[in-house]
Design a protein around this ligand. Structure first.
Ligand SMILES: [Zn+2]
Length: 159
């Protein structure tokens, strides 16, 4: 075996070793990455907003009663608010003070999208008297029923 052939063989060995070893150094980034916390939260946010919208629809079509509607909606808005707070923390934003309002705004946007799809326009109604209310109304203009209490206030009044 000539020294040239030996060197060539050695070079091939080194290349082979690198090809085998490189993927081992790359273990930190597997081919299929689990969803990040942010992606998971974004998915949950969409799910919660969709669920609130569905709940609004079920209530308008009389599928569920006012009591269930109010209870379920509050729980979902609270969950949505919690997700927005976590997302804001991940993004290092510290202005997540009105997350419940933001959830309502996102639901309202979804309602508008549905309306422009040619379906019946979404109309919120008071859970107490059934009077039509604006999506942003905090109180029913007919009976004065508080419409979507904020989570903090709901907790405070329960104590
Ligand atoms: Zn009312």
């Amino acid at each position: 075996m000539s020294p040239g052939t030996l060197l060539l063989g050695l070079a091939l060995l080194i290349i082979l070793a690198l090809v085998v070893a490189l993927p081992l150094f790359d273990r930190k980034t597997p081919a299929i990455e689990p969803p990040s916390r942010r992606e998971t939260l974004e998915q949950e946010r969409r799910a919660v907003i969709g669920a609130i919208r569905e709940l609004d629809f079920d209530y308008r079509t009389g599928k569920i009663g006012a009591e269930d509607y109010k209870r379920l909606r509050e729980a979902r808005v609270a969950r949505g608010a919690q997700i927005l707070r976590e997302l804001a923390e991940l993004a290092d934003e510290h202005d997540a003070t009105d997350v419940e309002a933001e959830i309502e705004a996102q639901v309202a946007r979804l309602h508008k999208v549905a309306a422009s799809d040619g379906r019946a326009p979404a109309k919120a109604v008071c859970p107490s008297c059934g009077h039509a209310v604006g999506a942003d109304d905090k109180f029913c203009p007919q009976c004065g029923q508080r419409l979507w209490p904020r989570q903090s206030e709901a907790v405070a009044s329960a104590e």
